[in-house]
Design a protein around this ligand. Structure first.
Ligand code: FE2
Length: 485
């Protein structure tokens, strides 16, 4: 399915896929590791109906689907379904898009919503993963949505047993010791940080602080004792969205001294601010860890994110709105309350990942998708492994027409003790077939040749995030869901 538009976000690897699907015994080139057993859950950003303004449609607005690749005994199966949020039900009933976009605004007046329709769309398109026997899909503008981990059918919205009300981040972290979920909700100037119990999903801790401005806070990071946020000039303006105007503003007046880290001590609930002295925005974080005299934070940053305040009503060309990001290190000094910075990798990239089981510790390796070439067609063009000790970046290129890899997901090999002993899983777009492939790379040697290429029966429209679920965790979730039906 393609509509008549040159909009990059509706063509090539982003092009929508009209059907939900399931397939078994997928063709595999190479060999899936015998010890790789579980499911890769990834989001598909897949507009179901022609956007109301084709030229202004933005990637962030795609309807969320979940693309799940189930792997066991060297075999793979696949399923993709849309997330049936309440707002998607309204559009399915109408047979057309009802909601307007929120990134570039709209050239026409917003549609009149049917009685009882949610006032804004929950696109459910940012992240997906298992927690407390629930498969949850996240979008930071609304509540998570609960899905069946096997069929991908939608159960409904999810609020942690009544513990949250409006929305929560898509970028939760799991405490490596307790398994508890550590997450937040940013609403206007207020940011509330939460901890949810790994077994019951009940909220067991929370604290709210004032960010000083309605900052858009997309991702964050935790060290052993802290929750760390970077407050930047990027402002999320719901008031403008409701008027059909571009909703993400780059407003340097909001943080006149430059972007600032807010560091929440999870033990005392005290927030300490650290000035960077530079105007930049975070995209996603690798990791953070504490030393005797500082906190080290590694993340991707960009020089600007959003409509410049002086051009706040015009659609902005994609790469100007969101220029390529680079990996930087900040060192936060509690004595001076300042954060020094330096660039880590000279290779432009996005979607940083680590071995999540070791979050908060000093690590040697990070992984990301590269964004070296600003082609009109693709977003990413390789996978990288960064060595924090040596400063070296190794890049794996696509083969046989494969390009535009997704965020890589690291899966630790069963029984492994070394930090990097595992596999990197990513979805690539095959420009010859127009379909997606799941590639499995080994991460100790990080050879360019993948161990396995799993040919998916569809194109998974290029999307943001996903997670791996080990077979035991997946089976437990499915069993629990069957009991509750
Ligand atoms: Fe993200």
């Amino acid at each position: 399915m393609q509509w008549d538009t040159a909009n990059k976000f509706l063509n090539g690897p982003f092009a929508p896929w009209a059907e939900e699907s399931a397939a078994y015994d997928l063709p595999v080139i190479g060999k899936l590791p015998e010890d790789l057993a579980g499911a890769l859950f990834r989001i598909a950003n897949n507009p179901r109906f022609a956007p109301r303004d084709l030229d202004r449609y933005h990637w962030w607005e795609g309807d969320g689907g979940v693309a799940a690749t189930y792997i066991r005994d060297g075999k793979a199966s696949f399923r993709m379904k849309w997330v049936m949020t309440d707002s998607m039900k309204i559009e399915v009933e109408a047979g057309e898009a009802i909601y307007s976009g929120f990134v570039n605004g709209s050239s026409s007046a917003p549609a009149t919503l049917p009685a009882g329709a949610p006032p804004s769309k929950n696109v459910a398109n940012t992240n997906v993963g298992l927690f407390a026997d629930h498969l949850l899909v996240y979008f930071e503008g609304g509540l998570p949505t609960s899905l069946d981990a096997e069929t991908l059918d939608t159960y409904g919205s999810y609020d942690f047993n009544g513990g949250i009300d409006v929305l929560c981040t898509a970028h939760y972290k799991l405490d490596p010791h307790s398994g508890n979920m550590l997450f937040f909700a940013a609403v206007g100037r207020n940011l509330t940080w939460y901890e949810a119990d790994a077994r019951t999903a009940n909220i067991i801790d929370s604290v709210t602080f004032d960010m000083g401005c309605p900052a858009m806070v997309h991702d964050y990071i935790v060290s052993e004792h802290h929750a760390i946020f970077l407050i930047s000039p990027t402002q999320f303006r719901l008031d403008r969205i409701m008027q059909g105007r571009p909703g993400v503003l780059w407003d340097e007046d909001a943080v006149p001294g430059g972007s600032r880290f807010a560091v929440l001590d999870r033990r005392t609930k005290k927030v300490t601010w650290y000035d960077t002295g530079v105007m930049l925005a975070p995209t996603h974080f690798f990791n953070a860890y504490e030393t005797d005299d500082k906190i080290v934070v590694d993340l991707h940053v960009i020089a600007r994110l959003g409509n410049p305040a002086g051009l706040s009503d015009e659609p902005i060309e994609s790469h100007s709105w969101f220029p390529p990001a680079m990996a930087w290190r900040f060192e936060l000094d509690p004595t001076t309350r300042r954060a020094s910075n330096r660039m880590l990798s000279g290779v432009a990239g996005e979607f940083p990942k680590i071995n999540d089981a070791l979050i908060g510790q000093k690590l040697q390796y990070g992984y990301f998708a590269t964004t070296r070439d600003l082609t009109p067609e693709t977003m990413t063009d390789g996978l990288a492994r960064f060595d924090f000790d040596s400063g070296q970046t190794i890049v794996v290129e696509g083969v046989d027409g494969l390009t535009n890899p997704s965020e890589p997901v690291f899966v630790q090999r069963r029984g492994a003790t070394a930090e990097n002993d595992g596999y990197l899983l990513s979805l690539w777009w095959n420009r010859h077939t127009g379909l997606s492939e799941l590639l499995v790379h080994e991460t100790v040697t990080f050879d360019a040749a993948p161990l396995a290429r799993v040919r998916l029966p569809v194109r998974v429209p290029f999307a943001f995030h996903g997670t791996w679920a080990e077979a035991e965790q997946l089976d437990a979730a499915i069993a629990a869901q069957r009991e509750n039906v």
